[in-house]
Every structure is written in C-alpha cells, then in structure tokens.
Design a protein around this ligand. Structure first.
Ligand code: FAD
Ligand code: DHB
Length: 400
C-alpha cells in the first residue's frame, strides 16, 4: 500500500539507494550541482556511523570531500601519510609516495568519520536522507520512470525517479532490478579472512606496516594517535570470540618480528571482527535507468585499501554526468559511465589481488609460491620502477 503521508517526496530526479560512503557522497555532489535527489538507508543513523570498516583515503577522495565542503574535520584530524612500510624476511622497506608519484599521498581517516561528516552536512542543508528505510525492490528499470519501493515505520512507500542509483552494497536490492541475463559477474573468493581489532594504544609505527611472514599476513594501521587498528590473516570460518587477547597480541608480535629494536605496543582491545575476502565485478554498471556504484557493483579484498576509494571515484564520475545532463541535456556522461568506471575498477581489482596474493600465505601454498612472493617483494625493494608501480596504485590512479 502506498501511503499519502510518505516521509519523502513521491518524485525525484535521482533516487539513491543506500546511505554508505557512495550514496552520501553522491547526494552531496548532486546537491552542489543543483540536482535533486533522495537517499534511502535501511539501517539507523547510529548503526551506519559506528560500522567499523576502511581507514585510508586517497588524494582523489580527499579532493572530492574538500570540494564538496565535507573535509573540515578531515583536514583537522586526518593523518597525512607519505608512505607505507612493507616487511618481509625480518626487514622493513619503506615506499615513499610523494617521490614515486609526483607528490601524491594518502590520509588516515576512518570511514566512520567520513560517514558522520557527510550525514551531518546532508541533514543540515542537503536533500532528504531517510534512515530505517529498507528498499524492497526497484521496478521499471528500463522505462523513464524507474521506481523505488521502500518500507519505513512498517508502511510501504514508493518514489518515482528519473534515475535510480544503487549504492546499496554487495547485498543490496538495486542490482536485482536488472535482468540477470544483462549482467556478467566476475568473481574470486580467497581461502583466508582478516581478523581485525581496534586497540586503545598508540600505533607502534608512524606509518602503516604490511607484513609478509611465514605465519601469514599482518597489517598495522591506526585510527588516531591513540588508537591502533590491526589485522591478522586467519583461516576462513575463524570465530573471533575464541581468541584470547594474549593470543592475538602474541600472533601479531610473531608476524611483525623484525631485526632491530622495534616493538609492538599492546593495549586494551575494544573491538574485534572477522572479515572474509572476495574480489567481484558486475558489468555493466548501468542498465536502462538503473545505475550501480561502489560495493553494489564491485568488491575488492581489503589489502591496499581500495574499496571506499573506488566507491568515491564511481560517484565522482556519476555526479559529473548528472551535472552535464542538467546543464546541457546530454546523456553522454551517463552513457559512458560504466566504461569509464570499469577501467579504474579493474586496475584497483588487479592491485588489490596483487597485494593480497603477494602478502598472504594460502593454505595450500608451496615453497615455490613463497619464493615467488619473496622475489617480487625483493624486486619492489630493489627497483624504483617496481616501487613506483605500487606507490601509484596505492596512492590512487586519476579519477575519470
Ligand atoms: P556500503 O558502505 O556497504 O554502503 C551500502 C549501504 O546501503 C549500507 O549503509 C547499507 O545499510 C545500505 N543498504 C543495503 N541494502 C539496502 C536496502 N535494501 N535498502 C536501503 N539501504 C540498503 N575497505 C577498505 O579499504 N579497508 C577495510 O579495512 C575495509 N573493511 C571492510 C570491512 C567490512 C565488514 C566490509 C563489508 C567492507 C570493508 N571495506 C574495507 C570496504 C569498504 O568499507 C567498502 O568498499 C565501502 O563501504 C563501500 O561503500 P558503499 O557506499 O559502496 O557501500
Ligand atoms: C586499513 C585497511 C586496509 O585494508 C588497508 O589496506 C590499510 C588500512 C584500515 O582499516 O586502517
């Protein structure tokens, strides 16, 4: 039943499904371009603001947040990083971004904070953003009136749109509006997961440390000068609750072990979770008047921190296309959206796969495979060209 007292307008130009980073940034960019939209998010505001996920922003993502007026706190509190350390065979090797990329760098600023900043702006002066609004389906994808069906407060509503953008993540509803025969999905599932913790302890290194070790991969990251974020490769199906804090720190210690006097500082663990890893790309990213962006269209394994940044680059391209449509009536940008994004998506897929398979130890890994990994890492240490390839991908390829 469609209520007469719907909490949102019954019609809009762009219906955005999902209020994660992709949906919120798109809404902000459209607001600036004067294109009207609504955002429907199935979860509560508190839930999306606390959901612990990515932590690294590329230059292009930061530029977009700045130009959309959403970077005030990021510029105050974000930590600028000029490099990362790769660690293997008990030795560290630093990759310097500015010298290898013509001046690019990355920011440590958690996804939770990006989402909080965008929500605050949206509620202050943006288009309508509705929480606890679950989209059940998108219909009429191949007409000029695609329609979003959602439930809010137990009542069903609809919004008729010019275009619907699915920013609703990997398990979202929007992709299902596209006939399966029109889509191709390319996928790889990895035989390991990440065990992630947050700990109230200053990071033991000024920069991130990606460690290859005979016991598997480990990553040292951070959320602030007083909060560390650490990850361990674990077997799929690992139950985070069965590990004691001591076992987590001992395992991290063993994997980060390095010659010299570096030591991993321990502190109270405040959060823990296990994250399975997959690569997936759905093509094309547009069908009729339904468009996919961010995790709704593609997933990367987290090694290399590309997921959030890819979501941002999709919607930067998309917002430009909607701006062009509003200004000139041309659909050229929308027509090329999928091809434009997929070129960058596949580069990020390759980089994330490369970082993952070079640094993790597969359960069936042979000594030959390990020698190949170590040879590749040695090459990165020895060759400015190999290091530059890593640095340019890590700091982020140009958008568009
Ligand atoms: P999402 O953030 O998934 O947002 C989609 C939104 O849509 C959600 O808010 C969801 O509630 C909403 N939604 C879903 N279905 C519906 C519906 N039917 N109706 C209405 N709303 C709906 N990347 C890294 O770089 N480093 C990391 O350490 C890292 N850790 C991660 C941990 C986890 C558990 C996950 C899932 C991802 C992680 N990522 C990480 C990836 C990164 O967080 C994502 O790439 C990023 O969140 C993508 O943003 P998005 O807006 O496309 O999708
Ligand atoms: C973080 C996550 C990543 O996947 C990564 O490569 C670097 C940092 C993080 O959560 O801080």
């Amino acid at each position: 039943m469609t209520s007469l007292t719907a909490p949102l307008p019954a019609r809009t130009t762009v219906g955005i499904v999902g209020g994660g980073p992709a949906g919120l940034l798109l809404a902000r960019l459209l607001h600036q371009a004067g294109v009207d939209c609504v955002v429907l998010e199935s979860r509560s505001r508190a839930y999306v603001e606390q959901r612990q996920r990515a932590g690294i922003l590329e230059q292009g993502t930061v530029d977009a947040l700045r130009s959309s007026g959403a970077a005030e706190r990021l510029d105050r509190e974000g930590l600028v990083h000029d490099g990362v350390e790769l660690r293997w065979n008990r030795r560290g090797h630093r990759i310097d971004f500015p010298s290898l990329t013509g001046g690019r760098k990355v920011w440590v600023y958690a996804q939770t904070e990006v989402v909080k900043d965008l929500i605050a702006l949206q509620l202050r002066d943006g288009a309508p953003l509705l929480f606890d609004a679950e989209v059940s389906q998108v219909t009429a994808a191949d007409t000029d009136q695609p329609t979003v069906h959602y439930t809010h407060g137990g009542v069903e509503h609809t919004v008729v749109c010019d275009y619907v953008v699915g920013c609703d993540g990997f398990h979202g509803a929007t992709r299902k509006a596209i006939p399966a025969a029109a889509l191709s999905t390319f996928e790889r599932v990895y035989p390991y997961s990440w065990f992630g913790i947050l700990a109230d302890v200053p990071p033991s290194s000024d920069e991130l440390v990606y460690a290859h070790s005979p016991r598997g991969f480990a990553l040292l990251s951070m959320r602030s000068p007083t909060v560390s974020r650490l990850y361990l490769q674990v077997p799929n199906g690992t139950d985070a609750a069965t590990w004691t804090d001591g076992r987590i720190w001992d395992e991290l210690d063993a994997r980060f072990a390095v010659d010299g006097d570096w030591k991993l500082a321990r502190g109270p663990i405040t959060q823990r979770s296990v994250l399975p890893m997959r690569s997936s790309v759905t093509e094309p990213m547009r069908w009729g008047r339904v468009i996919l962006a961010g995790d709704a269209a593609h997933i990367v394994p987290p090694t290399g921190a590309k997921g959030l940044n890819l979501a941002a680059s999709d919607v930067i391209v998309l917002a430009r296309a909607f701006e062009e449509l509003a200004a000139t009536g041309s659909t050229a940008g929308l027509d090329s959206y999928s091809d434009t994004c997929l070129r960058r998506v596949w580069r990020a897929e390759h980089f994330s796969w490369f970082m993952t398979t070079t640094l993790h130890t597969a359960p069936d890994q042979s000594p030959f495979d390990t020698r190949l990994q170590l040879s590749q890492l040695d090459r990165i240490a020895a060759s400015p060209h190999a290091a530059a390839e890593l640095a340019q991908n890590y700091a982020g390829l140009p958008v568009g």
